[in-house]
Design a protein around this ligand. Structure first.
Ligand SMILES: Cc1cc2nc3c(=O)[nH]c(=O)nc-3n(C[C@H](O)[C@H](O)[C@H](O)COP(=O)(O)OP(=O)(O)OC[C@H]3O[C@@H](n4cnc5c(N)ncnc54)[C@H](O)[C@@H]3O)c2cc1C
Length: 404
């Protein structure tokens, strides 16, 4: 027996799945939309463990989805927060440079951010930087005054309220176990029951490749989970950081590099690093899933990636195991910071899509088939961009599912 029937079923109630449901219902008020989520609450995975930054779109290759979605995404996120009374703070961010190589990369970032349309980006010299961040020591910095902070769980809750107000349904505690398609109808078998859907949108984050495979689509990538670990600045040390402080990223691995972020809840985080997680939801070092780990270890793409990135991987692991190395990297931005300034912090797990050649996919990857859309890579700035991604998926669904 089927428990409910939908025109569109969305798998995963992270910020992307919720935004998609909200946009689908906004555009098609009579559509029957249902969300199936394996956890007992929404936004419990990447969305609930991220840095909470509303990025402005500086780093991304002009023309990439990230560049387009993030710049517009920040504007729409700020508007959405204002309209819905969600607490956010446009606290501002500095990206700092010291060596000649970093200064050259900073200039490129300035050009890139400007080309992407990031407003009011400014290169500042050491004296002006002192006014913005008095404890940072650097030759020059890129100042992005509109980069902000928010709690993406709060944003997700408002998305859900909108969904429920416009007739959408959510099934929590419903882990998808298998999916079959017969006579033009998809049946999603979950731990709480079976749901029928004409069309499916896969927004399962850390498990999106598995959901795609269950539906007979070849995702062409595998999710390799990377845990990002944070420290929290002790209360008495929070005076060292006024806003968001980042190093110039490595252009080949722009998502790496520990930084300081103010959290909207009032504390300051330092991190994250990126170490291979031995479980897809491995938030603690000791978390281990034989199934997840075996899948990573038997994936050719993983070993190709490891061969290409072993040096970086080793450095990240070293920093994870030795607080002194973590502190040394933070001291490159704030020399006076000491190990005693740092207390324990949280962690997040990044769903990194890796292809068979070992390439870490950088841009958002969203594929469509006749009756399904699959979000296969939605790394940072996915939360910032969530309103634009939800709208984009709705436009894809309009065509793929012939909704108009
Ligand atoms: C450490 C870290 C820091 C980040 N910082 C930022 C930042 O500051 N700013 C920013 O813009 N972005 C940031 N990001 C990126 C951002 O968090 C993601 O882009 C975004 O949360 C992705 O949302 P999602 O809905 O795709 O995935 P998720 O939030 O992971 O949601 C996927 C959902 O699918 C559900 N699911 C999975 N499998 C099943 C199944 N079998 N059955 C049913 N349900 C299932 C999961 O339970 C989950 O709720 C960060 C990410 C990480 C990891």
């Amino acid at each position: 027996m089927v428990d409910a029937k939908y025109d569109v079923a969305i798998i995963g109630a992270g910020i992307i799945g919720l935004s998609t449901a909200m946009h689908l219902l906004q555009r098609h008020p009579n559509l029957k939309v249902g969300i199936v989520e394996k956890n007992h609450e929404i936004a419990s995975q990447q969305t609930g463990h991220n840095s909470g930054v509303i990025h402005s779109g500086i780093y991304y290759r002009p023309g990439s989805f990230k560049a387009q979605f993030c710049v517009e995404g920040r504007q729409s996120m700020v508007r959405f927060c204002e309209e819905n009374g969600i607490d956010f703070n446009p606290i501002g961010k500095v990206i700092i440079a010291n060596s000649e190589e970093e200064l050259a990369r900073l200039d490129l970032l300035h050009e890139r951010g400007t080309a992407n349309g990031v407003p009011d980006l400014q290169l500042v010299e050491a004296d002006k930087l002192k006014e913005i961040e008095p404890h940072v020591v650097a030759k020059r910095a890129l100042w992005a005054p509109h980069t902000g902070i928010v709690n993406y769980k709060d944003v997700s809750r408002v998305y859900l309220n909108r969904i429920e107000d416009t007739g959408g349904t959510i099934h929590l505690n419903s882990s998808v176990r298998s999916i079959e398609r017969n006579n033009g109808i998809t049946v999603i078998h979950t731990s709480s029951g079976d749901y029928e859907a004409t069309n499916v949108v896969n927004c399962a984050g850390l498990h999106s490749d598995r959901i795609a495979s269950m539906m007979g689509a070849n995702p062409g990538v595998k999710i390799v989970p990377f845990r990002g670990e944070y420290y929290t600045l002790k209360k008495e040390s929070e005076r060292l950081v006024k806003g968001l402080i980042y190093p110039v990223p490595d252009p080949d691995l722009p998502f790496l590099g520990v930084h300081f972020t103010h959290n909207i809840k009032g504390y300051v985080e330092a991190g994250p690093n990126a170490v291979l997680a031995t479980a897809r939801e491995g938030y603690r070092k000791r978390d281990f899933s034989p199934k997840d780990f075996t899948e990573t270890m038997t994936y050719k793409g993983f070993w190709k990636m490891a061969a290409q990135q072993w040096k970086t991987g080793f450095m990240e692991m070293n920093r994870s195991l030795r607080k002194s190395i973590f502190v040394r990297d933070l001291q490159k931005m704030i020399p006076e910071i000491q190990s005693s300034d740092l207390g324990d912090g949280g962690s997040g797990v990044r769903a990194q899509a890796v292809d068979a050649s070992g390439r870490l996919l950088d841009d958002f990857v969203i594929e469509q088939t006749e009756h399904s859309v699959h979000v296969l890579n939605a790394p940072s700035p996915g939360a910032t961009s969530s309103l634009v991604i939800g709208r984009h998926i709705t436009e894809l669904a309009d065509q793929a599912f012939s909704l108009n």
